[in-house]
Design a protein around this ligand. Structure first.
Ligand code: NAP
Length: 259
């Protein structure tokens, strides 16, 4: 299937590794020129180089922290009128809400709610004018089934989800869609870090915690980033203009509900 987005321009935030990188790759394989960002230069340059060699499109790396005004401005300076925006940032740390002060909450809101809202604010009106736009926010399965130790994530991402539910109905008539993709456990650095933290907290080995986590997933495995990226590319496709305001859970069936 040809997704009909060859030659379009995309920004994928937080994309030197993991799910962001996978979204950038899947879009690039569809012929989209992609601007990717991350805070650490080395891995970002390596990813840009690797994706450009593999796909033949233009991959432009921008070293930037997308949770700051300056970081987002740096990304938008290179690509002021993207056709596609994938919002992503690192997830907040686990912990107990009794230990979090206002600064911890503001950091989580900046990373997992406001950075996406400000990227949308900066790009959605030109998408509406051009009658094409696809915005995808990488959120988390925690939006549907909260994870107790990830209260900062549960709260901040649910705020973003509520905001998107309203806005996405206002843009779709102009062929600008806004959707969220909710990862369950995917085999990335972030998952490794959370498994290591869980093992330490419970005094277990990382192998035991990993085996336990795998045993609770109906698929019996963690997701591969490429599976996530390909879903993202479809949601960004020309064919997906009637899809908006949705929350696509991709978790191997881990969420147990009917709906
Ligand atoms: P990852 O493998 O750790 O990759 C994170 C990427 O984001 C890296 O390229 C990182 O590069 C970049 N990044 C982080 N903070 C950034 C910032 N402020 N500005 C710009 N770039 C930034 O993480 P992942 O697994 O792909 O996770 C992506 C998102 O999905 C996170 O919010 C995570 O919480 C969420 N999620 C993941 C899973 C999972 O199982 N993997 C499950 C649920 C939710 P630098 O560090 O160099 O900036």
């Amino acid at each position: 299937m040809d997704f009909g987005i060859k030659g379009k321009k995309a920004i994928v935030c937080a994309a030197s590794k993991g799910l962001g990188r996978a979204c950038a790759r899947s879009l690039a394989l569809e012929g989209v020129d992609v601007v990717i960002s991350a805070r650490t230069e080395g891995p970002l340059m390596e990813t840009a180089d690797a994706l450009q060699k593999e796909t033949g499109v233009t991959i432009t790396p921008v070293v930037a922290d997308v949770t700051t005004d300056e970081g987002r401005a740096a990304v938008l300076a290179v690509c002021p009128n993207p056709d596609i925006v994938v919002n992503n940032a690192g997830g907040p740390p686990p912990g107990d809400f009794r230990d979090w002060d206002r600064d911890d909450w503001i950091k989580a809101l900046d990373a997992n709610m406001l950075s996406a809202i400000f990227m949308i604010k900066a790009t959605v009106d030109t998408m509406i004018d051009r009658k094409f736009g696809r915005i995808v926010n990488i959120t988390s399965g925690a939006v549907k089934a909260p994870i107790d130790v990830l209260g900062l994530s549960n709260g901040a991402r649910s705020g973003l989800t509520g905001f998107i539910a309203g806005l996405s109905r206002k843009t779709v008539a102009s062929n600008v869609t806004i959707n969220n993709i909710l990862p369950g456990p995917f085999d990335t650095d972030r998952l490794t870090t959370t498994l290591q933290a869980a093992a330490k907290n419970r005094g277990l080995s990382v192998e035991d915690v990993t085996a336990e986590r795998l045993a609770t997933n109906p698929a019996g495995r963690f997701g591969q980033p490429g599976e996530f990226g390909d879903l993202c590319a479809y949601v960004c496709s020309a064919q997906a203009g009637y899809l908006t305001g949705q929350n696509f859970l991709i978790d191997g069936g881990a969420y147990p509900g009917t709906f």
